[in-house]
Write a protein that binds this ligand. Structure first.
Ligand SMILES: NC(=O)c1ccc[n+]([C@@H]2O[C@H](COP(=O)([O-])OP(=O)(O)OC[C@H]3O[C@@H](n4cnc5c(N)ncnc54)[C@H](OP(=O)(O)O)[C@@H]3O)[C@@H](O)[C@H]2O)c1
Length: 298
């Protein structure tokens, strides 16, 4: 029999014969298991320790253009707080979440200066923007360039459900200026996984949006399924691979390890040109597309 005292340590009472033997054996096994776990954690630190793991991970994060962030220093402070919360010394890409050009142009300059300051202080390895339209993207690129800061990335909603003239203009500008396009919501918030139907919608606001778009999505979903089956891939993997084939860096959202593992299967292969065109033709048949982000500028 074992008693756990108030300090949480073992306090064995004397037992006789087999009972004593069995308890002592169990204790030995526990001790060995503890020792094994400690050894394992040390080995993990030695062979893939925090530094090594961190060196291989690039963390990109966005800074919201809140109305009270009016000076470059406020953006820098937001960046320092993020670093503290994440317990890291440098962020991979610090991105401005949206442009205030449409409603508060003077704030926009302060935010751009904030990006410059973050970069100069070494708080971020690179800077990026998000929800910038073609015109504003060229402006911010030129402004940062004049301050000696390269614009590394532009994040935009880009998927088989969100591909129009604006997206292609942005892509062309990115290509000509050496900016990488990061495609957000590459799975159309989940619609391009094929698991939702008019009678199986997610709960909450997504359900409302999906109920408007999914009824016309059959041709696209059928093409995705057909290609997935032929290639022995899954529907989300094909949808994400399409973004990669268009020269973008997709950042699919996930809710479980299973989804993360599945989405990794979008790497290491490419759709053919015929498959890409087939998917794009089917996408054009969808009567309704994704809503554009309200913060997207021209
Ligand atoms: N810059 C911006 O303004 C902006 C705006 C929006 C998003 N983003 C970024 O974009 C990234 C992701 O986009 P998102 O989450 O909006 O949309 P998404 O990537 O198009 O869809 C993600 C959702 O699809 C479902 N899913 C993902 N993988 C799946 C799989 N293998 N099988 C089945 N279902 C799967 C999951 O939801 P369920 O399981 O619940 O269906 C998941 O949350 C995030 O990093 C986010 O920060 C940026």
């Amino acid at each position: 029999m074992l008693e756990v005292n108030h300090e949480g340590t073992y306090n064995p009472k004397p037992l006789n014969g087999w009972a004593h033997y069995l308890v002592m054996m169990a204790l030995k096994v526990c001790e060995m298991w503890d020792a094994f776990c400690i050894l394992l954690s040390h080995l993990l630190i030695i062979f893939s320790g925090p530094e090594k793991v961190r060196n291989n991970i690039v963390i990109a994060t966005k800074f919201a253009a809140y109305p009270w962030r009016l000076t470059p220093g406020q953006l820098v402070n937001a960046c320092k707080s993020s670093l503290e919360r994440m317990q890291i010394e440098q962020i991979g890409i610090g991105q401005l979440h949206w442009s205030t050009a449409n409603y508060a142009p003077p704030q926009e300059l302060a935010l751009w200066d904030g990006l410059v300051a973050m970069y100069e202080k070494g708080l971020v390895q690179a800077v990026g923007v998000s929800n910038y339209g073609p015109k504003q993207l060229v402006k911010v690129h030129n402004y940062l360039k004049a301050r000696g800061v390269p614009l590394c990335s532009a994040q935009v909603q880009f998927s088989l459900l969100s591909i129009g003239e604006d997206q292609m203009d942005i892509k062309n500008i990115c290509d000509s200026l050496g900016i990488r396009l990061i495609s957000y919501s590459p799975l159309g918030l989940g619609m391009l996984t094929g698991k939702y139907t008019p009678s199986n919608l997610p709960r909450g606001p997504r359900g409302l949006l999906f109920s408007q778009i999914i009824p016309g999505l059959e041709p696209l979903l059928n093409s995705l399924r057909e290609i997935a089956q032929r290639r022995q891939k899954t529907v989300p993997q094909v949808a994400i691979n399409w973004c990669i084939c268009k020269g973008t860096i997709p950042i699919p959202g996930v809710k479980s390890v299973r989804q993360a593992e599945e989405n990794l299967g979008a790497l290491g292969w490419r759709l053919t040109l015929d498959e890409l065109l087939h998917l794009e033709d089917s996408a054009r048949e969808s009567p309704r597309k994704m809503l554009q982000n309200i913060f997207q500028t021209r």
